[in-house]
Design a protein around this ligand. Structure first.
Ligand SMILES: [Fe+2]
Length: 480
């Protein structure tokens, strides 16, 4: 499959120029007409600046998290953006960026690296739950962001319920029926001699925002785990064998080499799929051939089988060295949708779907954990960006093409109404328009995805369209 997809693609390097925050709401110029029925707020996050106060990111993951909001109301779009006020951000503002150690970026001088956990850039996902906006990354704790003016309120530890030495990963899943949020985080405590099992700690956050630990997926070694899935009865973890190498990890801890570079893909170790029952009970572990993936599309139960959609990558280089060349606009490319079907007898069937390079799989979130018909992707065809829609029933694969100078981010589906059918609604997607060095919000009609955008809201500036985000029907209040 991968042989047909080029390994790298060219992105316009100017997208990664440092972005200024827009601390007061501005109304955006429009092309087309924003549908009156489309009301709510789109939150996005991604690395927005890479050079500050002596810090120069060697990897895209070490850019500072810029959270943005697009408020869509009565045919207008208002915009605002702010950087998350992490300790890394403050150190850079104070001119001490050279002392900051990132995930893939060393500080200057051994004493600023030795024994230092990588600084959190808070740049990976912006999630709305229990009337809170959380800015997340895999190595940090959640940041509580004001839903209206995007100021950083502080670390969210769920009223002290999030154990101090555990993480809260960047891809929580919200059950659309129960309103519960599920997530996991790497449990660091055993490495420091405490009496908590090593592993991935699983969390449930109820609709009022109260966090409880559901259990721990035990691990023999530290792994890199970015995403997971839920079904109506399970949390589903596909543990790709991406391990923190013990020697490189120890050297990194001592300050020699970055923490990120200590991870290695070890296919000979195989892959484990772990099913964690949502209502308690024994975990089920299925061993299977390994694959490299970072993002899950959706999962569901089908007559006793578990179906799990992922985007498979050709190699682990994607994450490690492949994203270090972002300043040259060269990004890794070779990835394609793969459906895993786990049978009650523990067989794992694999279906690989022929597409051009794709990433950022999303679906109608009213179908999370339930069978979904459509998956939306960002896809790159012959070096150009498209939004793709895959119909899992017919196998049909349709696309929305952009101008050649435009690069698209993650598509987010918004239903036309609460009871609208799947795919009856809009796709919201941020793009970087290289010809004009500006970022834009494109609103597409999902059912007519090939058509021109229904509306385009245009910024007077740019920022990298980012990694992930969320839409909520709540209209953010302007505090300007
Ligand atoms: Fe992600």
């Amino acid at each position: 499959m991968a042989a047909t997809i080029p390994n790298t693609r060219q992105y316009n390097a100017r997208a990664f120029e440092d972005a200024r925050e827009v601390p007061r709401e501005v109304e955006l110029a429009l092309i087309g007409v924003v549908p009156q029925e489309l009301q709510g707020t789109l939150y996005r996050i991604g690395p927005g600046r890479f050079n500050s106060g002596g810090f120069a990111a060697d990897h895209i993951f070490d850019g500072d998290g810029l959270v943005s909001k697009f408020v869509i109301e009565s045919g207008t779009v208002r915009f605002q953006s702010r950087y998350v006020r992490t300790p890394k951000f403050h150190a850079q503002e104070a001119g001490r960026g050279g002392q900051v150690r990132g995930l893939y970026t060393q500080a200057r001088g051994l004493r600023h690296n030795a024994g230092q956990f990588p600084a959190d850039s808070a740049n990976t996902h912006a999630v709305v739950h229990a009337e809170r906006l959380l800015a997340l990354s895999d190595i940090g704790r959640p940041w509580d962001i004001d839903l209206d003016d995007l100021t950083t309120k502080g670390v969210c530890d769920f009223d002290g319920r999030l154990p101090r030495l555990t993480r809260f990963s960047a891809h929580p899943k919200i059950d659309p029926v129960t309103g519960e949020l599920f997530n996991f985080g790497l449990d660091l405590a055993p490495r420091l001699g405490m009496h908590i099992p090593a592993g991935l700690r699983c969390y449930r956050v109820d609709p009022s925002g109260r966090l409880t630990t559901m259990g721990v997926v035990p691990l023999e070694d530290v792994i890199v785990q970015h995403d997971f899935a839920i079904t109506e009865r399970y949390l589903v973890f596909a543990l790709s064998p991406i391990f923190v190498d013990p020697i490189k990890g120890a050297l990194a801890l001592a300050g020699f080499g970055t923490t990120g570079d200590a991870a290695d893909y070890r296919p000979e170790k195989g892959m484990k799929i772990v099913l964690v029952p949502r209502d308690g009970g024994r975990q089920r572990v299925i061993e299977c051939d390994p694959l490299v993936y970072f993002h899950v599309g959706n999962a569901y139960e089908d007559n006793g089988d578990i179906v799990l959609d992922v985007v498979q990558h050709e190699s682990f280089e994607f994450l490690s060295t492949g994203l270090k060349t972002f300043r040259d606009g060269v990004l890794p490319n070779a990835a394609w949708p793969t459906r895993l079907r786990i049978t009650p007898r523990g067989r794992v069937l694999r279906e690989e779907i022929e597409m051009a390079a794709c990433e950022f799989p999303t679906h109608d979130e009213r179908r999370t954990g339930r069978e979904h018909r459509f998956t939306y992707f960002t896809e790159y065809v012959d070096g150009s960006s498209v939004i793709a829609k895959l119909d899992h029933v017919t196998g049909e694969h349709r696309q929305h093409a952009f101008e050649s100078s435009t690069t698209a981010g993650e598509p987010i589906f918004v239903p036309r109404s609460d009871n609208a059918a799947e795919d009856d609604g809009w796709i919201l997607v941020l793009t970087y328009n290289a010809a004009e060095h500006r970022t834009e919000l494109h609103i597409l009609d999902a059912a007519k995805i090939e058509d021109d955008a229904v509306a385009i809201a245009r910024l007077n500036g740019h920022f990298f369209p980012g990694f992930h985000g969320s839409f909520t029907p709540r209209v953010a209040v302007s505090k300007a």
